[in-house]
Design a protein around this ligand. Structure first.
Ligand code: ATP
Length: 460
């Protein structure tokens, strides 16, 4: 998304000159000639940077007062001051009041560009950090190489350029939003916004304002989500949570590709690609009349299924390594190695909260473990619920101590094998090779221990 710069100066020549120089460099520019239109422009849409003249002839407020008003609204918004020869002192005091820097008129284009670049670099990093905090890497990380995830990735790649609507189905925390962002980043809309509509959180009463925005006397008061998403992707998160009245309105927007702002009368056309997600079974929701069938068919042009993490355990090593590396980097330490035992425990666990839970477990481990022990992640460093899945856990050991050796050994073997088999998704050849047994010997062992194979036999 291009960075948006607001230029405030009472001299028209300066406004046009600066806007010209910056537009040539790919910035989006808006201009204002006086204090009130400057503040209106900030209110209408937060710019990435304001260039502000300290002298504003014929304005209600002078430059310093405008600076204070901007800082009161948007403390983080960078402001660069234009000053004339005679008012360097004012410019310096502007910096002490929160301006980022000042530039003396007349200035060279190069010096201006340098300052603007430096100011917007901070803004670029700020956006990047927000994205990282929200759990997204550049373009949206979608880690995993299991057969299902590879197939999902292939489908997303295939449909990304088409603009077709996509409905992503999968349990909470499995990565539906990550998949939607990946689709967006591969589409022709990648440099346009990706906007999330949180279906459960928007109440039917506030729906119109949230989605369509508001205006008075033909002037925009607040843009809605649809308008913000124009040209980009609109992500309808958990569509099954949408109240029926909301579903009807969404359907109308999809059919007409236009809407009217609250308080306005003009039809505004929008061009958005709709990607939706659900953790529920929409067929069931339609049967019980909680979800509109006509909306379902509009949203579900391309269905994509993201299974729970327990159904694709072979993604766990890559995901664990990815999260350990990421959270280690956040703490300024090198990515730790993961011991065999720790990885086995991670792969054997069931992850009811899916990838989100794995991410949280890794983050907690990194934070709670002393730095000097973080060269290698050991099973004991993981929380009890994860490492406790191993038969060698202390409570398991105590129980075994009360049994004769043969029984204890059998009990240990049974638990050990169950975990290893689960870890390799029931694949007996892989399990046998990992534990260092012949495949046929493992079969015999399982029979002997009374560990009946799942229906359908082993899947090797
Ligand atoms: N394949 C993946 N690679 C990297 N990170 C992932 C992956 N899948 C999920 N995550 C991370 O796990 C967390 C949950 O993912 P996401 O929000 O996409 O799940 P969701 O299916 O949309 O769940 P919900 O509907 O509960 O929001 C996020 O922090 C996300 O970054």
């Amino acid at each position: 998304m291009a960075l948006d710069i607001l230029i405030v100066d009472d001299e028209r020549d300066i406004r046009e000159l600066v806007a010209g120089v910056l537009s040539d460099e790919g910035y989006d520019c808006r201009t204002a000639a006086d204090s009130s239109s400057a503040l209106d422009a900030v209110d209408e849409k937060r710019p990435s940077l304001v260039l502000l003249d300290v002298w504003l002839h014929g304005s209600k407020m002078d430059g310093l007062e405008v600076l204070d008003a901007i800082k009161a609204r948007e403390p983080e918004l960078p402001v660069i001051i234009f000053s004339g020869h005679g008012n360097i002192d004012t410019a310096v005091s502007a910096v002490s009041r929160g301006a980022m820097d000042f530039i003396e008129k007349p200035f060279e284009a190069e010096r201006l560009l340098l300052l603007v670049e430096r100011a917007t670099e901070t803004e670029r990093l700020r956006r990047e950090n927000t994205r990282l905090r929200e759990g997204l890497g550049e373009g949206g990380e979608f880690t995993g190489n299991s057969a299902v995830i590879n197939a999902v990735r292939a489908t997303l790649k295939r449909v990304a350029q088409t603009g077709s609507r996509v409905l992503i189905n999968g349990p909470a925390g499995a990565g539906k939003e990550v998949a939607a962002r990946l689709l967006h980043s591969w589409s022709t809309r990648a440099d346009k916004p990706f906007i999330i509509v949180n279906s459960a959180r928007i109440t039917p009463e506030r729906f119109e304002e949230e989605l369509f925005g508001e205006e008075t006397d033909g002037k925009l008061v607040r843009a809605g989500l649809l308008e913000t998403a124009d040209g980009g992707t609109l992500y309808l998160d958990e569509v099954a949570d949408m109240p029926l009245s909301t579903q009807a309105r969404i359907l109308r927007v999809l059919t007409e590709q236009s809407f009217v702002r609250v308080g306005g009368s003009r039809q505004i056309g929008v061009d958005v690609r709709v990607v939706s997600s659900t953790a529920r079974d929409l067929a069931g929701e339609m049967e019980s009349k909680n979800f509109r069938e006509d909306l379902f068919y509009r949203l579900n042009v391309v269905p994509v299924e993201i299974p729970s993490l327990a159904e694709r355990r072979d993604d766990i090593p890559a995901l664990a390594e990815y999260f350990f590396a990421r959270y280690a980097a956040e703490q300024g330490i090198r990515p730790p190695a993961i011991s065999e035992e720790a990885m086995a425990a991670l792969q054997a666990y069931d992850w009811p909260g899916n990838v989100r839970q794995l991410r949280n477990v890794v983050e907690r481990t990194i934070i709670l473990t002393p730095r000097d022990q973080l060269e290698t992640v050991e099973a004991e460093m993981l929380s009890e619920e994860i490492s406790g899945g191993n038969a060698a856990g202390n409570s398991g050991m105590a129980a075994l101590m009360g049994a004769p050796l043969r029984e204890a050994r059998e009990s240990f073997e049974r638990e050990y094998l169950a975990i290893q088999i689960r870890r390799f998704s029931g694949n007996i050849s892989k399990t046998a090779s990992f534990i260092g047994m012949e495949r046929s010997a493992l079969h015999r062992k399982l029979k002997l221990l009374g560990m009946v194979q799942r229906k359908g036999g082993d899947r090797n």
